[in-house]
Design a protein around this ligand. Structure first.
Ligand code: ADP
Ligand code: AMP
Length: 217
């Protein structure tokens, strides 16, 4: 099962990705997580990516496409995967399509989590993440049991540098210009499924399971 999650920043892609990957036993490939790991390890990729991420801009296509291809070649992707945050441009989508064709593979679906802009600022500015294990929370909608501490590993949770209101507004503009065209791109290929992302986290997950099917594939 090869799935793409589409949707604006803050739609709930990372949140749903964890549950989907758990249920269907496929790896969760988040380009944002890969970049953040490289930033914290201070690699050349991280140093380059940080310049773009901190401004709310996209990391250049060539760089992003190469790291995704490298990841998809790994053994754990042989039975499927979930891509979260990739593709984000038509060029990335075309590169993914070429990659799939070259391997005789196809996508199960591009799943759009639909959330109107008025929800996004609240979701993004309230997001807190664990720098140690990557778990994600929301101060109102998904708080940790102990305030400020990660439920999974107990570390102090933090706000991402690109989750301030000004950067979120920039990211939303980038989404409208560069990523939203993918809705049409996958719609025309008859690969698009849509879930309403404004409901509670578990209700959104239920709708996703209805689309993907109840059996593990
Ligand atoms: P994305 O990966 O699409 O940027 P996240 O999954 O990180 O988005 O979600 C953004 C924020 O919104 C997080 O703080 C998360 O806890 C919260 N969130 C996710 N889904 C919902 C939901 N259905 N209702 C309320 N808050 C949500
Ligand atoms: P995310 O964790 O998905 O919100 O991504 C955080 C940031 O990483 C984005 O705002 C971009 O700067 C960068 N990024 C993540 N995925 C991509 C991608 N597919 N193409 C370009 N930049 C990306």
């Amino acid at each position: 099962m090869r799935i793409i999650l589409l949707g604006p920043p803050g739609a709930g892609k990372g949140t749903q990705a964890k549950s989907i990957c758990n249920r269907y036993s496929i790896p969760h490939i988040s380009t944002g997580d890969i970049f953040r790991k490289n930033i914290s390890d201070n690699t050349p990729l991280g140093i380059e990516a940080k310049k773009h991420i901190d401004r709310g801009h996209l990391v250049p296509d060539e760089l992003t496409i190469d790291i995704v291809k490298d990841r998809l070649f790994q053994e754990d992707c042989s039975n499927g995967y979930l891509l979260d945050g990739f593709p984000r441009t038509v060029k990335q989508a075309e590169a993914l399509e070429e990659f799939l064709i070259s391997r005789g593979e196809n996508l199960a679906t591009a799943l759009l989590i639909k959330v109107p802009t008025e929800f996004i600022i609240d979701r993004m500015t309230g997001r807190r993440v664990c720098p140690a294990c990557g778990a994600s929370y929301h101060i109102k909608y998904n708080p940790p049991v102990n305030e400020g501490k990660c439920d999974v590993c107990g570390s102090d949770i933090i706000q991402r540098k690109d989750d301030t209101e000004a950067t979120v507004r920039e990211r939303l503009e980038v989404y409208d210009m560069q990523t939203e065209p993918l809705i049409d791109y996958y719609g025309k290929k008859d690969l698009l499924s849509i879930v309403e992302g404004t409901r509670a986290i578990n209700e959104v997950f239920e709708s996703i399971c209805n689309i993907l099917g109840s059996d593990k594939k």
